[in-house]
Ligand binder design. Structure first.
Ligand code: SF4
Length: 363
């Protein structure tokens, strides 16, 4: 998938485009998606660039590539990735990639030839924990190769966004992963940042819903861990809603009328030629908003429904005293929960603020 993102409609904005590859992966936990595999063609890539260069002309934008797994070690696949990265560079566009990090070494030369905004790599813990969760289909370990890949990226001045996907089974390993990253010297690099992702998907190999966190439960446990192991802050500083911003900037962020980026500052495109609002909707039946290949076509009514959604159009948000912090949440989640795009996806704003104020200000 390629994702394109902007910030609002002015000419200086950034638009993020996500290009979605076939969800083919060598990881066990993604095996359930493989039946959808269709090879990407140069023709589709050319049509993609034609479309975004015309449709978003004059707007700042960057491309995010992800799958499945974009960095597979197969010649045809590598050629396609190299072609996207080169075409992006030729058009002065930065590229971000979301990868499992297993084949980073094999892609270094290609990455060095492009304009790379960041590479997002996932580590779910230190060696034993990560290898238990993210192994190859044959059961082989992946941790050491990913760590070497992160080292290589930083050595080559390529920004890294390290993502730890957490649930109840691995959260207690966060202090050790933080210690590991600090020991590697990663956290002292200006090119290194982190994010914590909440595990909320039910994969074939992780069919245990009990271990999954709600958003609030995750932050409650994170708060307790930060209290016990303050050095985690060197590795990751959670937002706790707007608390971190308020602490670091000394003022509240701008009012958030719309937390959802879909069709406003973000679009997603898949390898079959479909256009979607965002990464959350890619590949879902009935969610395509048009095509960029083999023909350009847009469902104007569906696009308008996305673009008009904000806290003023959602009935429940209109009377909510947290609306300018929450922004109405995610449109795709709202539709999943309530059956309608133009509905609420409530965030536990007060509770997160309580935790964040206690963490950043009281301590
Ligand atoms: S908390 Fe719920 S009602 Fe309030 S703005 Fe967010 S989505 Fe709307």
């Amino acid at each position: 998938m390629v994702k394109l993102q902007t910030v609002s409609g002015c000419s200086k904005t950034i638009k993020k485009v996500t290009f979605y590859f076939s969800p083919h992966s060598s990881y066990c936990y993604q095996a359930g998606y493989e039946s959808q595999f269709v090879a990407l063609s140069k023709e589709v890539i050319d049509s993609f660039f034609d479309y975004i260069l015309k449709e978003f002309a004059g707007r700042r934008k960057y491309i995010t590539i992800f799958g499945g797994e974009p960095f597979l070690n197969a010649p045809q696949h590598k050629e396609n990735i190299a072609y996207i990265i080169q075409e992006a560079a030729r058009n002065n566009l930065e590229v971000a990639v979301v990868t499992n990090g297993y084949h980073l070494q094999e892609y270094m030369e290609i990455l060095k030839s492009g304009k790379i905004r960041e590479i997002q790599v996932t580590l779910d813990g230190t060696r034993d924990i990560h290898n238990k969760r993210r192994f190859l289909k044959g059961g082989d370990a992946t941790f050491d190769r990913i760590v070497s890949g992160v080292d290589l990226l930083l050595e080559n001045q390529i920004p890294v966004n390290l993502r730890m996907v957490v649930d109840r089974q691995n959260i207690s390993n966060l202090p050790d992963l933080a210690k590991f990253a600090i020991g590697k010297g990663w956290t002292s690099s200006a090119l290194f940042k982190t994010q914590l992702g909440r595990n909320y998907e039910l994969h074939e190999c992780q069919a245990n819903q009990q271990k999954l966190y709600s958003r609030l439960e995750l932050y409650q446990d994170l708060y307790a861990l930060l209290k016990e192991f303050p050095y985690i802050s060197e590795f990751h500083r959670p937002a706790f809603s707007v608390s971190k911003f308020l602490f670091e900037q000394g003022e509240m962020p701008a009012p958030l009328f719309d937390a959802c980026t879909g069709t406003k500052t973000e679009w997603a495109f898949d390898f079959t030629g479909n256009i979607y609002a965002c990464t959350a909707t890619v590949g879902k039946h009935g969610e395509s908003l048009g095509t960029f290949y083999p023909e350009v076509r847009k469902d104007a009514e569906a696009v308008e429904e996305w673009q008009e959604r904000d806290i003023l159009s959602i009935t429940k948000c209109q009377s909510c005293n947290l609306s300018l912090i929450c922004g109405g949440g995610c449109a795709s989640m709202a539709k999943n929960y309530n059956g309608s795009l133009n509905s609420h996806d409530c965030r536990p704003v007060s509770e997160l603020l309580g935790l964040g104020i206690a963490h950043y200000f009281n301590e």
